[in-house]
Design a protein around this ligand. Sequence first.
Ligand code: GRF
Length: 209
Amino acid sequence: MLHRPERLAFLASGTGSNVRAILTAIREKRLGCRAVCLLSDRAKAPALELARAAGLETAVFGRACWGDHAPRADDVLDWLRGQAVDSLVLAGFLRKVPAVLLEAWPGAIYNIHPALLPSFGGPGMYGSHVHRAVWNAGCRVSGATVHLVDGIYDHGTILAQASTDLEGASGPDEVAARVLAVEHRLFADTLERLHRGTLTVRKESPLHG
Ligand code: GRF
């Protein structure tokens, strides 16, 4: 039985366009969840200002809080517990989620990847690196994947995917733009289906068994 998200914490490292798309879906009543807070690993992440303007609690936790050996990971755990969230939404987040968070929110940590996993995923495959690899491979389509986060980059159970045709695309930047438009629709739609309990999974990742 999949977790049904209600109170969301965002994790974002960058511009936050996916956060903005989800906040818009909530405001327009296309998503029945509550956006509670946002944390970033970068003090200058524009996503922080976007979240503050939307009235969300925000915080910054630096590199010692992330990865497989994260001495300060408990700081993040304590802060998130204080926000009383039930789901973590990685929206343009570039760090590896430490085990203490995976254990605290099992099956309730979501990520969006800008490609059709398992292709073009894994360490180093983020942002423009993904779109350049797709372009150089001569792919005719690309897309986005929403998946559960586990201890391996871009490896967790696939929850939803959507594709975009690359016909007439001029290069990797055009691929990125078309995929980002897909992400903005797919993430909110997938969270709403999870919230309603109407999403079914085709294959559980072995780490989620
Ligand atoms: C997006 O392509 C997302 O798939 C990836 O980070 C990129 C930037 O996201 N995880 P955003 O504009 O900061 O939401």
